[in-house]
Design a protein around this ligand. Sequence first.
Ligand SMILES: Nc1ncnc2c1ncn2[C@@H]1O[C@H](COP(=O)(O)OP(=O)(O)OP(=O)(O)O)[C@@H](O)[C@H]1O
Length: 595
Amino acid sequence: MNGPAEPSPLGFLWRLITYSPWRYLLAASAWAIFHLWPLLPGVLGKLLFDVLEGRAPAGITVWTVVAVAVGAGLARCVAIVGATVAWAGWYLRARGLIQRNLLALVFRKPGAQPLPAAAGENISTLRDDSDAIAMMGGWGFDMMSGLIFAGGGLAILLSVDVQVTLVVMAPLAVVLVLAQLARARAYRIRVRSRAATAQVTGTIQEIVSATRAIKAAGREREVVARLRRDNEARKTAMIRDKVQSLAIDSVFNSTASIGSGLILLLAAGRMRSGEFTTGDFVLFSTYLMQVADYTSFMGYLVRTYQQARVSFVRAAAMLPGTPSRTLVEHHPLHLREDASLTTAPPEPEPLRELEVRSLTHVFPGSGRGVREASFTLRPGTVTVVTGSVGSGKTTLLRTVLGLYAPQDGEIHWNGERVDAPGDFMVPPRVAYTPQSPALLSGTIRENVLLGLPDDGRVERAAALAVLGPDLERLGGGLDTEIGVRGVRLSGGQAQRTAAARMFARDSALLVMDDLSSALDVETEQELWRRIFATSATCLAVSHRPALLERADQVLLLKDGRIVAAGPLAELLRTSPDMRTHYRPAPPTRSRQCHV
Ligand SMILES: Nc1ncnc2c1ncn2[C@@H]1O[C@H](COP(=O)(O)OP(=O)(O)OP(=O)(O)O)[C@@H](O)[C@H]1O
């Protein structure tokens, strides 16, 4: 058994309805009045002609009919206002709940694990699919009202003339068969148009993130051509989707109209033979139009339901391994007040010892990663992780930080076992600078603070990260706008901005992945000198000989395993792998980095 069965889209809809049931009920009742109102004109029309022909029950006059018509019209106006307000309230909450749940799941994923789809597709799911799912709520009460309307209309028509009424049903039956036939195709076409939209969003996102690389390679033309191609594909898919929608609607409309024509012929014949009164004719001709409207409405419902199904599948695909009912789990939305922080940052805590025991993370796709890594960090020491390309250095760091879920092994912080490293190894315990730092559009100050109070820490962190001379050159100092993803910064400036972000977190342990790879020798030398002057505990990936020499402990990784651990001098004596790996710095004084 794979756990409890997943609910159908209707099951999801029920969970959404019960999220804000009173709003839904109010909207549904008000829309029901709106949809059922058309039943009245037919009855009133018949009554009016009965009054004029002297066939009406005693006490009913033209004024009675007028008064009921005006009263019902006013009630309908009130219903429309109430329905709109209640529906908007329910719909915004339903859509907000889906978006909140999707985002919560995305944030709960171990940080370094990508979502299965491209970023553009995820954005489109968050934006469009949540909308389509919430819209299905309206489908629910439209459907109900439609059925009540059809039932009510049918009962009235049957009471007037059974034979003619049966002919009314013929176009409906045809419509239902057509609706079934259209379902699978409507689904496929909607899947394609959604995928094409996601592709365009993804391409735009890639272009924005790689602007510098595109310009450097002089590939603007090719990139624009690619965007054009994606847009063309989207245009075709969207037109197909639209044409299909219109085709379904028009098939439903014309089927109903043919049926309506047949009924008119039949009713006209019976009028001549005297079986039909003028009032009956008014009643029938009014309902014919409404039944025709209702049948075309069926087409709209079929389409909306299929579109919502596609959206459910896409939203669930964003969260592999998570039950899809999590999408509609009830949580507060804080629409009117600020949401309080769910988890307060931990209290600052000095590091006495970090012990990593047999830590393993292997990527299912490649079978690569790190296996059974064990080491200990003591306060104020520098540990350098080194090894050839692809040996697992980044994976080791990220598994210690919980950005990759450990598959085996343990982490102990000051003697206490860490059960959820992703939640625990955060500032002010641990701060991290990744190999490719993620900068955001905004100023350097905003990028360093990322929500922390601006209490002078940026200036301190920027000085520690040796950003001073760059800030002068950039013109705006810490308030320089760095562009989308920091495109206006050089590689080295971006690295040091990310380092400043790490320093601003005042953390007990600093974890750095190839921090100085884009720095010139003098800047790198100064950066490390300042870091070591803080007596922070450091865990750093590096190949730089000067840093390896300075390290209290070197961990040499080979094919995902730590094959040697200890001070460099000792490893050079005892480890053939270290001797092969280590390339001392060239003796030229100007190239050497003393740290
Ligand atoms: N998401 C992933 N899925 C599958 N395999 C991966 C993934 N990420 C990394 N790997 C593989 O795991 C191995 C270790 O990767 P890792 O990035 O840790 O190496 P590294 O030593 O940091 O390399 P570099 O020196 O290039 O930064 C590599 O063989 C890499 O191809």
